[in-house]
Design a protein. Structure first.
Length: 138
């Protein structure tokens, strides 16, 4: 019984040690779309916002879209936020990756649905047809 109690005590202390404050850990960047939900972007463009955590260096921010550098599209919105209009989204899945010194890399999947993958059928305009007027006597 004493051995089992020792094992549980060591396991509990190890778990508490893993939850401790790690001064070397960096906070993640936060990346989000502002123009629409990331899974419903249409038209090939998305307004994207990157929020920098405290202690990160905003001048080292790098943003890539599907491996292509799009950092030049971003401007300072506030001291800790950068915003940019990203164009050239492919149909389907697009991956945005943001990196900055002093912060953990963030990734966002932006989906541009095609008409074939649209979850709802496309609405067709309704054409109203009136019956022909009755012939006039005369």
């Amino acid at each position: 019984m004493t051995f089992l109690r020792l094992v549980w005590t060591v396991a509990a202390l190890a778990a508490l040690g893993a939850c401790g404050d790690d001064s070397n850990a960096t906070e993640p960047l936060q990346i989000s779309t502002r123009s629409n939900r990331a899974d419903l972007v249409s038209g090939g463009n998305a307004l994207v916002e990157v929020r920098l955590p405290a202690g990160s260096k905003g001048d080292t921010l790098k943003v890539e879209l599907n491996g292509r550098d799009v950092t030049s599209a971003f401007t300072s919105a506030t001291t800790d936020t950068r915003a940019g209009l990203i164009g050239g989204l492919d149909n389907g899945r697009n991956v945005l990756v943001a990196r900055a010194d002093g912060a953990t890399t963030a990734e966002l999947v932006v989906t541009r649905p095609t008409l074939a993958s649209s979850p709802t059928p496309q609405v067709r305009p309704h054409r109203r047809t009136w019956p022909a007027p009755p012939p006039t006597a005369g």
